[in-house]
Design a protein around this ligand. Sequence first.
Ligand code: ADP
Ligand code: MG
Length: 332
Amino acid sequence: MIFVLAVAAAVLSKRYLGAKEHTRTIYGCFDTICTITTYSSSDKTEEYENLLRDAELKFSAYNPQSEIYRLNSDLYAELSPDTVSLLCDAVTYSNLLSDYFDITLNPVCLLWQEAEKNSVLPLNIDSALSLKGTENVYIDIDSNYAKILKEGASITLGAIAKGYVTDRIVQKMRANGETSALINLGGNIYAYGLKNNSSAWQIGIRDPKSDENSSAAIVEASNISIVTSGAYQRGFELDGKWYHHIIDPKTGYPAENGIISATAVGSKSELCDILSTAMYVAGVENAFRLAEEYGIDAIIITDNTIYYSKGLEGKIKPSGNNYNFVLYQAVQ
Ligand code: ADP
Ligand code: MG
């Protein structure tokens, strides 16, 4: 036994010998600041940055060079296989979760961006809402192109693309033999292996009522994605009211149901990205129902309470006394 342990220790120490921290901060992707850290003997973070930049050029609804931008503006675009694959997923989940998550909400999202620019509330939300519907998007998987079938309709992958690219980076890290890394795309996190190859990552869930360096809870994480959608992330104030960027597909207005941040914890970052947005819109009870249905864990913060799902028991702890801290149990 001692011999086996000694051999294991020798193998491990050889593997991690010379491992150094490499951190790369990336600006100009997905409208956020991204950081990628690895602990390894060689620095491969440039490869991961390239994946991010490539994804921005394919998926952004706001970058005039991107495939999705061209699809929205020309109603037709040839797409790379990556974009076809993400778009198919995005449409599938928009159909499954249509009350909460819908990529065809883009005309409504654009109205709210206009409103922010002009400091005037949008007037024509109903007409923008009438352009919603995945039946307005045609994807040709065999020939790699897509069409928008209704004038004025458009899509945004803003609530799913960061998760998708996170999964691609994780895949690349595995292929590269990385053992320890943290991917943080503006709150869309993947904790890979153990921190510095030694102990689980401690991921702070931001306190939505405090500044960006304060956390409301800490989650112990290894080989898992943690994605948060919060009202505080993007938005604007008008006449004393905060209008944020997560839209309720049923009303066309920013979702308002008592949730101030929704976090999805699971092995696939794309699914976590979709569900963090969907849970935010769904309200506390439906959020936990969705988490169970899709096999992820959830942390939902309301004005005074942090609720967490059973799978996080023993892995999550509060930081501070700002909230009640409650294991969510469904009311039967
Ligand atoms: P963030 O982009 O801040 O990480 P989300 O993942 O929740 O937050 O995505 C929000 C973005 O997705 C918005 O900026 C908008 O482009 C788009 N969006 C807003 N509401 C929805 C919705 N209900 N379903 C799908 N996409 C949405
Ligand atoms: Mg999302």
